[in-house]
Design a binder for this molecule. Structure first.
Ligand SMILES: [Zn+2]
Length: 359
């Protein structure tokens, strides 16, 4: 599905820890790769990374966007006997943390710790037995016995991630930490790579933006889209696959992995951009799924579409199971189709492309 070079880029990008606010290790990997397929790479003041395929300054510029950050944790407190309390960066789920290994990314290097799980034999109501823990109830053990010893290795404010990396459940299905949304950074890089090959037929300029700080409010996307004001934006992120046991489809919709990328309707999704995407999907025989938005898209699209006088935007998502856990799971077939859909949509844009709501 992907060539060897792309496959190893995917694997390296996913396993490189880049929690919200500390994205530079992953951004370095992304910029190094995309610089081979673009004309110019630049970095925003907070670390968002952008690559450009420039055809002609008079032509419209289309932005492809994904977010670079992953949820994580941060060292909040170190007790006198060297146990560490965490807080969350973004929407990390405290109920899955106990009994897992973590890496603390300190300036002095990577420190391994374990999230303590009081033995089932010793649990009682006083140490949280049987209860869903909050982050303040959880502690990390890095094998030291005092605060002083801990401070030789780490400090308050160091980012923390689970140690889980990437696994293939089979040729098509992969699972790992931070697929949300390192997989989107991979996708837009592949779109640029495909567009570069067809550059002579491209009628628009293209920028690919890998934004920081999505998980805490879409800040990187806001800064960079204000600065560059593209003519339109195609955003990609992961979306909830709802095809696993116990999910109420009436409430959360029906999206499955392996059923194709999803197109979202309503709100920040501009109807004319969505129409074009649906038309391309039909022409190219790419199976897609549909999602409705209620108040927000819950992605960087919310930060992009209303900048200045408005940027016609649309969200194309990759179905993902078990969001915000270390076993996020997606289909590479969906990923390939998403990349094709984004690339073909850009290829279909004209030199005088307008997105107008018919009234
Ligand atoms: Zn995301």
């Amino acid at each position: 599905m992907f060539d060897k070079e792309a496959q190893s880029f995917l694997e390296e990008l996913i396993i490189t820890p880049s929690p919200t606010g500390y994205e530079w290790p992953g951004q370095k990997v992304w910029k190094e790769y995309i610089s081979r397929y673009s004309d110019k790479v630049e970095t925003g003041v907070y670390g968002s990374a952008m690559a450009r395929l420039q055809i002609n300054a008079d032509l419209p510029t289309i932005m492809l966007e994904a977010h670079a950050d992953e949820i994580g944790m941060v060292v909040q407190h170190i007790s006198d006997n060297g146990f560490i309390t965490l807080n969350k960066l973004g929407g990390s789920d405290s109920t899955i943390a106990r009994g897992k290994r973590v890496y603390i990314h300190s300036k002095k290097g990577r420190v391994t710790g374990v999230v303590g799980n009081t033995a089932i034999h010793l649990q009682d109501s006083k140490n949280g037995g049987g209860k869903q823990p909050a982050w303040k109830d959880i502690f990390v053990d890095i094998g030291v016995s005092s605060k002083e010893e801990a401070l030789e290795m780490i400090q308050v404010g160091d980012p923390v991630t689970f140690t889980d990396e990437l696994d293939y459940l089979n040729d098509e299905i992969i699972t790992g930490r931070a697929l949300d949304n390192r997989i989107g950074g991979f996708a837009i890089a592949q779109v640029v790579k495909r567009l570069k090959k067809q550059k002579k037929d491209l009628k628009v300029n293209v920028i690919a933006l890998n934004s920081v700080q999505e998980e805490v409010g879409g800040f990187g996307a806001r800064m960079m889209s204000f600065r560059h004001m593209p003519h339109a934006a195609l955003v990609t992120d992961v979306t909830h696959a709802t095809d696993t046991p116990g999910i109420n489809n009436k409430e959360h919709g029906s999206v499955k992995i392996g059923g194709g990328p999803t197109v979202q309707h309503g709100g920040a999704n501009h109807p004319a951009v969505v129409d074009l995407i649906e038309q391309i999907a039909a022409d190219k025989k790419i199976e897609i799924q549909h999602e409705a938005t209620s108040i927000r898209t819950g992605t960087d699209t919310d930060s992009i579409f209303y900048q200045q006088t408005g940027i016609p935007s649309a969200l194309i998502s990759l179905p993902l199971r078990y969001m915000h856990s270390p076993v996020e799971t997606v289909s590479l077939k969906d990923l390939d189709n998403l990349i094709t859909l984004m690339a073909e949509t850009v290829m279909a844009m004209k030199e005088d492309q307008e997105f107008v709501i018919e009234g």
